[in-house]
Design a protein around this ligand. Sequence first.
Ligand code: PXL
Length: 269
Amino acid sequence: MLSKKILTMQDLSCVGQCSLTVALPVLSAMGIETCVLPTAILSNHTMFKKWSCLDLTDETRNIMNVWRENGFKFDAFYLGYLGSAELMDVARDCFKEFSADGAKVIIDPAFGDNGVLYPAFDQAYVNAMKSLIKSADIILPNLTEACFLSGVPYEQNADLQFTEKVIKKLATITDATIVLTGAEKDGEIGEVIYSDGKFSCVWAEKLPKRFHGTGDIFAAAFTAKYLESGSLERACEVAGGLVAESIKATDPSHPYGVNFEYALKNADR
Ligand code: PXL
């Protein structure tokens, strides 16, 4: 049986249960052949006090030169934490050169949370992402990222009305389907989807504790299920379920990430 072949482009954080160390196992376990274009190698993710970072922008160009000669094509692209605005040009070239017929571009902007940017990023990075998401079929921002991209000031404890206002503003800069993650309503958590001018939502029980790295698990599982089923809602249900099971399996004293390995091993996919 032929499986879909995806290219995921994001950093490799050696410690921290995020980006490639999440995307590879989740996508593979969900039946997707996963090729990688690593954008940087970090000692660990940037929520720790210290980190080292080797930027791989030049090497991504070398890799693409060889891929061109080998004639590689991908059925989809899934982008997460990139690391620099220059890598967005690399991404655009990648879509142009290595798309199989009908290839989908799924982008998790992955530059902030809780109303602030991650430490390595600034407004220039946000502006570059604003331009890159014009090339996407689906984007997966959280509310923080949607606010930075749309220019609407972030609100803590946002209600659904505010969330939909931000999404509509964001839809003026990209035609991509918007799947806003981590939305909240009446004690539930879920996704607000804006596709072809219509809203729909997927809600689930909100668990009491928030952990780092859940966005990356959601994005990888969403991508795998969406490529298999073509359904945005089903992809959200499955990805949200994997995140919830990962959180439930996490020892509260674990200082980073969630136990997605246990959840993946026991998942009903
Ligand atoms: O989970 C997103 C992420 C990915 N990669 C790196 C990060 C973060 C979030 O902080 O620092 C390096």
